[in-house]
Design a protein around this ligand. Structure first.
Ligand SMILES: [Cu+2]
Length: 460
């Protein structure tokens, strides 16, 4: 594989333009899209319907899945910064649901959490409407019974393009997931003991809903993958042989300074925006794997797994565009005394059942934080348990200040909405709250949030 030809010039930005290499045939990994009902180019207005459908994963018999508009994953909503998104949502499922717009800064009433809206009953509708303030990759999913509803297939993607995007030869959205299937194609019991403890991990790895996926690349192309992990519990620790990824962005958009890595750890709900030069030998497959990662309870002792085959198309290698070396400025939020101490832990309740706690309480008994609007607050999140928890804050980004008292590296400044807090680790981060309402924070292992590891922040 070619070395990355990184321009030493400072900024390699250009106006937003579609990738210059056309994808030959319809790509099985292409995500579905929805018809735009609005003629205004700055408004995307769609009908979104949660409904059951049949889907075949690999060679397993057909599975009855839960979908947005018939597909798993759901559709890709493609918009640009400043656009308005209007979603006419209908629930055709046999149980209530809501739609949460993960990572999107929006009015609290549109956030889809049960703190701010009533569940949409079967047959019911809800109108979501908000303006996209940030460029980045976001996703949407239910915010009730998430351990079941997301596992059954309810997850879609929002891609928000900024006014300045890197020039690349090829770009792709990669939705990582797994699903646990019985031989007859049905879902086994949801809350078995291992799933309760670790979050449910599937026996079938999915890339954009496809089992045993092959990801086509153009040989030698400057390739951008925009990765989101929608799995309930699985952490993907990605490796592509001989490739170093340039991480150019994460949850809240571009990084000020890209960095290089040969392993990309993506916890549930996190997003990473990476660039690399695709292998240049045509028709030579390489394996994208997930390497062992210890997130507690000996989970790191397992073998690597294959996530997908990466196959250069049968065309001549191209000369890749130079990769960008720097992006936008990010305003660094100030450090300060801890306002919000949060301890994550696990325990047992009166009935002897495993529960997940925040400050010793199981949601909804966790005391909410009360905050004045337009204030900056420092969190201290102490993970007292033995396993990692991906911490998610609704509606706002946060920046890491410290890990176990060690200041965060200055060159890794990032706006995050989901971050791994490793077991027995304490982090400090800072967030600016400028939107009133009730907002959730929780672990994004869905079995953990449903098991009690969730709290509220009231901004007034
Ligand atoms: Cu957790």
């Amino acid at each position: 594989m070619k070395d990355l030809r990184v321009s030493i010039a400072a900024l390699a930005l250009s106006c937003s333009s579609p990738p210059s290499v056309a994808v030959p045939d319809r790509d099985p990994l292409e995500l579905s899209t929805l018809e735009d009902l609005n003629a205004d180019p700055n408004i995307l207005e769609v009908n979104l319907e949660a409904r059951e459908a049949d889907k075949q994963f690999g060679t397993t018999p057909v599975t009855r899945v839960w979908t947005y508009n018939g597909t798993v994953p759901g559709p890709l909503l493609d918009v640009k910064v400043g656009d308005r998104l209007i979603v006419h949502f209908t629930n055709r499922l046999p149980e209530p649901t809501t739609v949460h717009w993960h990572g999107v800064r929006l009015p609290a009433a549109m956030d889809g959490s049960l703190a701010m809206q009533a569940p949409v009953p079967p047959g019911g509708t809800f109108r979501y409407e908000f303006v996209l303030k940030d460029a980045g990759l976001f996703w949407f999913h239910p915010h009730m019974r998430t351990d079941v509803q997301i596992e059954k297939g309810l997850a879609g993607v929002i891609r928000v393009r900024g006014s300045e995007e890197p020039q690349v030869d090829e770009e792709r959205v990669i939705v990582l997931d797994d699903v646990r299937l019985k031989e007859d194609g049905t879902f086994p019991t949801f809350l078995d003991d291992t799933s309760k403890m670790m979050g449910r991990e599937g026996n079938t790895i999915l890339v954009n809903g496809i089992a045993n996926a092959t990801i086509a690349v153009t040989p030698g192309a400057a390739t951008r993958w925009r990765i989101v992990n929608v799995a309930n519990g699985r952490f993907f620790n990605l490796r592509l042989p001989n490739a170093n990824w340039w991480v150019i962005g994460t949850d809240g958009g571009f990084l000020p300074k890209p960095y290089q890595t040969d392993r990309l750890l993506v916890a549930p709900a996190e997003r990473y925006d990476v660039m690399f030069v695709a292998p240049s030998a045509r028709n030579t497959e390489v394996q994208l794997t997930s390497e062992p990662y210890e997130r507690g309870h000996h989970s790191g002792e397992r073998d690597p797994i294959v996530v997908a085959q990466v196959r250069p198309r049968d065309v001549d290698a191209i000369q890749p565009k130079a990769l960008p070396t720097a992006f936008r400025e990010l305003v660094k939020l100030p450090d300060g005394p801890v306002d919000m101490p949060i301890t994550l832990d696990e325990g047992t309740n009166d009935k002897g059942e495993l529960v997940f706690t925040i400050n010793g309480k199981v949601f909804p008994d966790v005391a909410p934080f009360m905050i004045a609007n337009n204030s900056t607050r420092v969190f201290e999140v102490k993970n007292a348990s033995d396993m990692d928890h991906p911490f998610h804050l609704h509606g706002f980004f946060f920046q890491l200040l410290e890990t176990n008292g060690v200041p965060a590296p200055a060159d890794r400044l990032a706006n995050k909405d989901t971050m791994i807090i490793p077991g027995k680790t304490t982090v400090k981060f800072v967030s600016h709250f400028d939107e009133p309402g009730m907002w959730m924070y929780h672990c994004h292992i869905n079995e953990h949030s449903e098991g009690g590891m969730m709290g509220e922040i009231h901004i007034q």
